[in-house]
Each structure stands twice: as C-alpha cells, then as structure tokens.
Design a protein around this ligand. Structure first.
Ligand SMILES: Nc1ncnc2c1ncn2[C@@H]1O[C@H](COP(=O)(O)OP(=O)(O)OP(=O)(O)O)[C@@H](O)[C@H]1O
Length: 311
C-alpha cells in the first residue's frame, strides 16, 4: 500500500513553544489513523499543517503524494478537513451549510447526495433547522458531512468527539468505520485514550513529540511492568496512600479502582499485590484489596507519558 501521508521531521514553533517537534510518521492509504494526546499536545497545529492551512518551520510533509506547501492548491481539492471548532455557519440551516460547502468546491448537494448518504440520511430529518440549534452530536455529523461533500480522498478530523455525549461519540466512530469501508483514508485526533481501539494505528503525542506509533494491540503489548488494581471504599484516601508507595511509578484512578504501576519490571505479580495491600493497610486503608491486572491501552499510554514527563 502506498502512503497517504508522509511526514518527515515536521516542526512548528510559536515563539518559545515548539507546538510540533520533528514529527515523522506515515499513514497508509485506506488507514484509520488516530492521534491521541492531551490539550496542547500539538494535534491541531499538525492537522492544520497537513490540511495546508499552516506552513511548517522545518521538515516536510506529503499528503496523497503532494507537498503540503508547494502543491497546496491541488491538494486542497483532495483533502477534507474538519476543524475542532467553528467549521459551521450557525445561522444557516443544515441544508444551507451543506450547499455552501459544496459550492465552494464547485459542486452541488444534489450531485453529491449518494456519496454523503451515510451521514446525510441521519441529518435529513433536521434539514431546515439552524446549525446553532442542533445537538452537539448532530453538529459534528453536519461538520463531517460538509467536510466530505467534495469527495476528498483523505479526511482530517480534529477532535470530532470532544464535548460530545457518549452515545454520539459511539455513533461518530461507527460512521468513521462506514467511511473507512469505502476506502477513504481517515486521520483523526482525540484526547480520549479509550477511543484508540477504534483505530488501525495510533500515534501518542505529548508536548509536540510523538511518543509511540503502532497498532493499539502492539502499544498495549509493549507495556512491560506489573500493574496492580486497588479497591477501597475511600478511593481518595487510598490514592494518597498509594502515591507514597516507594515502588509506585504511577498511580491513577481507573474506573472503580486505582491502578498502581509497580516500577519493578521483572518481579512476580502476586507477591507485589500482597506487599502493596500490606503497605496500604499499614497506612490506614483497612479494606484495601489489591490484585494484579492486565494492562489496557490507556495504561500503556499513561506509562509512556509518565516516563516521558520524568525524562
Ligand atoms: N497561533 C498560536 N500562537 C501561539 N501559540 C500557539 C498557537 N497555536 C498553538 N499554540 C501553542 O502550541 C501548542 C500546541 O497547541 P495545539 O492547539 O496544536 O494542541 P492540541 O493538541 O490541538 O490541543 P488543543 O486540544 O488544546 O487544541 C500549545 O502550547 C499552544 O498554546
């Protein structure tokens, strides 16, 4: 498969801030590729460079084989970009928004009706409603529809699920799956680690740096230290106590439990669980129960980010 995106040491600075720091990666054609990272990681800046809206200070990027700086005018017709915010006209109706974006690219909503059907069909009941009056999930679907209306060969979606309720998040990811099945290359960013498993490959970003690029399964498999799950009625007190544990590399809430990453890589899990339980009980967490647990991709990400922050 040829590459849909090739980035080579792409760098962008704003004053003293290095928003994107020498990022190199490739996205294959037809791939659903996710950038995962917290606020300020550089996702928006990178997406704007790949969508030809911002010029990198250093490095080079090619999208669909075209240079994002030298060939921007050709590329703009072939790329769909959905920014995190402000992509719709709030006072225009659903249909008027779609028609507007179609006209920018010299086409019409009618001509593109079949291509946008998987999304537009869900919007059609609200076609005359002003965009401002749509729910968060519907706004995102409309923005996606507008980004697709000129039949791009690649789609860049910047945080499409931020601020969207859980059901709409799932629906949006299902839609991305449907679009991927048509052969479209999709590059998406998100601050939510639990969305990683919906991607073919993910890139973990923090402070402008790529920490890992791999399949979700490989990122999870690379987690190589004992992970312990703690249950206690007073989770807050247990968290404070566990943070004082000398072998804890990272301690964080995880669902109903706390996760404690033990720094002793090669140790057997069970004795470590007993040792932590004894430590917590000695610190007043009388009901502390500790067991070894299998890492998820979120644990793997947190470990990478903690290591990097410590370095
Ligand atoms: N136009 C700008 N001028 C100055 N600094 C900027 C500009 N755009 C981004 N930055 C800074 O660059 C860094 C990366 O920002 P960016 O918006 O790319 O991150 P992000 O991962 O998309 O996070 P967010 O979800 O907050 O947008 C941040 O420190 C941000 O403050």
């Amino acid at each position: 498969m040829s590459a849909a995106v090739e980035a080579e040491r792409v760098t962008k600075r704003f004053g003293d801030t290095v928003a994107v720091n020498a990022m190199s990666f490739t996205v294959a054609e037809g791939e659903l590729f996710g950038f995962i990272g917290p606020d300020g990681a550089g996702k928006t800046t990178l997406f704007r460079i790949l969508a030809t809206l911002l010029v990198p200070d250093d490095g080079a990027a090619r999208v669909l084989g075209r240079d994002v700086v030298r060939e921007l005018w050709t590329l703009r017709r072939e790329v769909g970009y959905m920014p995190g915010r402000f992509s719709l006209y709030p006072d225009l109706s659903v249909d008027e928004n779609v028609r507007f974006f179609a006209s920018v690219f010299g086409t019409t909503m009618e001509a593109e009706r079949e291509g946008i059907a998987p999304i537009y069909d869900q919007l059609a009941p609200f076609r005359d409603r002003r965009a401002a009056a749509l729910s968060g999930g519907m706004k995102q679907k409309l923005a996606l529809c507008c980004a697709l209306v000129h039949r791009p060969r690649i789609l860049f979606l910047d945080e499409p699920t931020t601020g969207v309720d859980a059901v709409s998040r799932r629906e949006l990811w299902d839609l991305l799956g449907t679009l991927k099945a048509t052969g479209l290359t999709i590059v998406v960013s998100t601050p939510y680690m639990d969305e990683a498993d919906r991607c073919d490959r993910v890139a973990l970003v923090q402070r402008g740096v790529l920490l890992a690029v791999d399949t979700p399964a490989a990122v999870t498999a690379a987690y190589d230290r004992p992970l312990l799950a703690v249950r206690a009625a007073d989770r807050f007190a247990a968290l404070a106590a566990a943070r004082a544990y000398p072998h804890a590399q990272a301690v964080y809430p995880f669902g109903e439990t706390l996760h404690v990453a033990d720094a002793r890589r090669d140790a057997a899990r069970e004795p470590l669980a007993r040792e932590l339980a004894e430590f917590l009980r000695a610190r007043g967490i009388a009901d502390a129960r500790v067991e070894a647990t299998a890492p998820t991709i979120e644990d793997a990400f947190i470990a990478r980010m903690t290591e990097e922050a410590a370095a």
